[in-house]
Design a protein around this ligand. Sequence first.
Ligand SMILES: Nc1nc2c(ncn2[C@@H]2O[C@H](COP(=O)(O)OP(=O)(O)OP(=O)(O)O)[C@@H](O)[C@H]2O)c(=O)[nH]1
Ligand SMILES: [Mg+2]
Ligand SMILES: [Zn+2]
Length: 379
Amino acid sequence: MAGKKRKIRVEFRKNRQNRARSNDLTRDISDAGDDRSSHAGSERMTGKGDLTRYRTVVVDEETEGSPQRDVSPDDCAEGRVLSAVGLNCFVQGRDGETYECTVRRVVRTMSRDSRNAVVTGDRVLFRPSGSRSESEVPQGVIERVEPRKGVVSRRQDNREHVLAANVDQAAIVASADEPPLKPSLIDRFIVSCEKGGVEPLVCVNKADLVPPRSLDSLVRLYANLGYRVLPTSIIDGRGVAELRSLLAGKTTVFTGQSGVGKSSLLNTTQPSLDLKTGDVSDWTMKGRHTTRRAVLLPLEGGGYVVDTPGIRQFLLWEVDPAEVEGYFAEFVRYVPQCRFPDCGHTHEDDCAVKRAVALGMISPGRYESYLRIISDEDA
Ligand SMILES: Nc1nc2c(ncn2[C@@H]2O[C@H](COP(=O)(O)OP(=O)(O)OP(=O)(O)O)[C@@H](O)[C@H]2O)c(=O)[nH]1
Ligand SMILES: [Mg+2]
Ligand SMILES: [Zn+2]
């Protein structure tokens, strides 16, 4: 992995790392607030008073943005992180064994936000500890985290929360009812997927709870935008076979509100997963999360799924308002026809996007989602 080296400055204090390059999806924003404008430049500047808090490290230019360092692979093994709770990780080695690993301190300090130093789905190099008795869970230390390709992340308390790394697709699970369908949340997840280089797959679960055909317009809407959308039900089994075939050989993260049936759907596609699911009608109970942490699970036919805890609020991480229009596939053809080149499609005169909404060429619901995202309102 020898690439061009460059020097970056990282902060000493953990949890407060800032990145040196803009336009990267793992970029961190300041803890002090959601100040996007301060990242407009190409290189981060620090005031003189700040200097003592930083040190310079040399990183691979191609791999910057992901916590990694040079480690001799000779005494290390390759593995994939099955779950990470703080700095305690379970890693599946190439030998098929699961190792309980800690994280080498330097890996944490190299990462821009120690909370995301190691996340579910990461590919790592770890050093298995030498001796162990037969009965013990094998132990190890994570020495390096490989660069991530395909991440789904969101913003939580003004910091990035990476749901999973190295995923090919995200099953955005919504429910037709219980909890009620929230298309604006689907739109937000789609933007996050587009940004993270992950293929979205929309699952509208609990389709058994609504009258036949009532999901047709929603399915048509997303299908016309080029997304795969699948009504599913664990009760009548619709969509399950197709979902199973879409998961084969890929890594798919399941995301969505709590109670929509992510774990249930996974159990239905592969009963041996035997994931804990909520009791009937539990979705009404506030704060309930049946799934407690993101876990990477191997599929029998090849591939992996990541079951994640439901989220109550999905705010986007580091999506600049000006780039949002690019993630709304149906807007793209109208944008060049707006009178102002920097049109935000809100209050401006002679806006082709607004015209298209008025003419029924763009769904009012999607436009509404766009407005909420750029104004950073909740879905
Ligand atoms: N009617 C109906 N109920 C379903 C369906 N899928 C799941 N459920 C029910 O919905 C409830 C929640 O299911 P879970 O699988 O625990 O939901 P989850 O999305 O994993 O929730 P968290 O782990 O909290 O994020 C359970 O009572 C399931 O039985 C479905 O297709 N139809
Ligand atoms: Mg669950
Ligand atoms: Zn416009």
